[in-house]
Design a protein around this ligand. Structure first.
Ligand code: UP5
Ligand code: MG
Length: 196
């Protein structure tokens, strides 16, 4: 597909900041296609016959970033599907890019982003959310050891991506500490301003 046919918004924020929750709201109200890189990786991990299953599992448990070739291919395929099978063109790419080289590769080879929604949330709050979710989620990384590693990776490797987009004036900051509804009010307000 041609980058001209599509628009991409990156949705970034620490582990448990509420990216997935808010993307679901935006899908309901604005008709975006929501692609979570983490969800696509978990799906690939569970796919019968995947050559990357074990690798993805190990990286996710350790809170490390899966080699970008795998993730970019999954995202690109999912975008192609949504375009050809559903005639969609507006994408929320959630939890990606998590490293500067991924940002460059995606914007050079797939599609430049319009802007980034950044969910800003303190670690104590994210920790409580993730531990609570871990009681029922079955996610192999919702345990205290993995969560600490995810936070470390976010601080060292992923937050610099936000700063990079910020230096281009392409970040919308959202305070992600209030209720899901309260956070969504901010998201809607900012988005409507941006899109008008
Ligand atoms: N919740 C949400 N909002 C709330 C609010 N305002 N108040 C109270 N509770 C709130 O929310 C997390 C939990 O908090 C839920 O229980 C929710 O109900 C509650 P959610 O919306 O799921 O937050 P989200 O930011 O999406 O958290 P998630 O755990 O998905 O974030 P991660 O970034 O850690 O996970 P992701 O799936 O993106 O990545 C997982 C792993 O995959 C990475 O660690 C990495 O190993 C790998 N990965 C890559 O290698 N490359 C990639 O490009 C992407 C992922
Ligand atoms: Mg998520």
């Amino acid at each position: 597909f041609s980058p001209k046919e599509v628009s991409v918004i990156f949705v970034l924020g620490g582990p448990g900041a509420g990216k997935g929750t808010q993307c679901a709201n935006l899908v309901r109200d604005f008709g975006f296609v929501h692609l979570s890189a983490g969800d696509l990786l978990r799906e690939e991990q569970n796919r019968e016959g995947s050559e990357f299953g074990e690798l993805i599992k190990t990286y996710i448990r350790e809170g490390k970033i899966v080699p970008m070739e795998v993730t970019v291919a999954l995202l690109e395929n999912a975008m192609k599907d949504a375009i050809t099978k559903q005639g969609k063109s507006k994408f929320l790419i959630d939890g990606f890019p998590r490293k500067l080289d991924q940002a460059h590769k995606f914007e050079d080879e797939v599609c430049p982003s319009a802007f980034t929604l950044f969910f800003d949330c303190p670690e104590e709050v994210m920790l409580q959310r993730l531990l609570k979710r871990g009681e029922t989620s079955g996610r192999i990384d919702d345990n205290i050891e993995s969560i600490k590693k995810r936070f470390q990776t976010f601080r060292d490797t992923s937050y610099p991506v936000v700063e990079y987009f910020r230096s281009q004036g392409k970040v919308i900051d959202i305070k992600a500490t209030s209720t899901p509804e309260g956070v969504y009010e901010q998201v809607k307000k900012e988005l409507v301003e941006k899109l008008n």
